[in-house]
Design a protein around this ligand. Sequence first.
Ligand SMILES: [Zn+2]
Length: 237
Amino acid sequence: MVVPILVFHKIGPVPPDSRYPRNSVRAEQFDALLKSLKGAGYEGIGFAQYLAHRRGEATLPRKPIILTFDDGYRSNADIAVPIMRTHGFTATIFVIPGLLGQTNRWDADEPQEPLLSADEVRALHAEGFSFGSHTLTHARLTAVAPDRALHELRASREALEALLGEPVTTICYPWAQHDAGVRRLAREAGYACGVEIRRRLNRDDTDLMVLHRIPVTYLDSTWRIRWDLFRLQFRRS
Ligand SMILES: [Zn+2]
């Protein structure tokens, strides 16, 4: 089974003063992409369902896809969620439990934007959206001491589980930075899978701690993403 995972950050206008304009996808672009995916028969799944499939305990739809959002900006709830609702998709949002209701402080010289609050996370969860951890403070796990990395991983999972009342299985490595040591700590902290950013699809033998996600930016047309989803089926590793 081949499972694509897409990664978005913000849906909305591209901020003119941003150093990372590629973290934005315009609303009309997102709407067109989801409409196209729906029309092509893609069905959104979550990591719990994907992990059950990898354990041989669940059957996936014929064309599964996982939509993910990094950082948990409030604009996800305001702009992306209504568009996903229209097309019948949900998503997994990777939030930073130590910064809920605050701003993207880890990008000090970037325009600051509000992040989802704990109440907003709970409301989206009740509506069928899933959540994973993006560490406690958006820590660069490959650069901090192992005990600090383990704390970032474990305490964020525990905080999120307390907030949602269910197991949190997935870690999204900040800045997609990970190495063998970080992946070992992530397993030790109780995660069943981890996600990075790489233009590849996932197969039944893909390392669960290094699941690949295709980035979508304001530069990517629907056609480009659909073409990637097609051509990458024939590409190994
Ligand atoms: Zn991030």
